[in-house]
Design a protein around this ligand. Sequence first.
Ligand SMILES: [Zn+2]
Length: 64
Amino acid sequence: MITICIPCGYIYDGELAFERLPQDWCCPDCGASINCFDTIDPSLPEKKSKIDYGVMTLEKIEKT
Ligand SMILES: [Zn+2]
């Protein structure tokens, strides 16, 4: 599972579990609030195509 910022496509990959982040945490990339993040499973193809804004970043992650 990955947690992605919907407005900008930033993927959270911090050491702390996303659920444990403080409610006032925001995206380091665009400053969107924590509520703007969504958790997706990149192994589900239907959801992957649905969230097309994150495809480029997802492909980058799969290589690592
Ligand atoms: Zn963002």
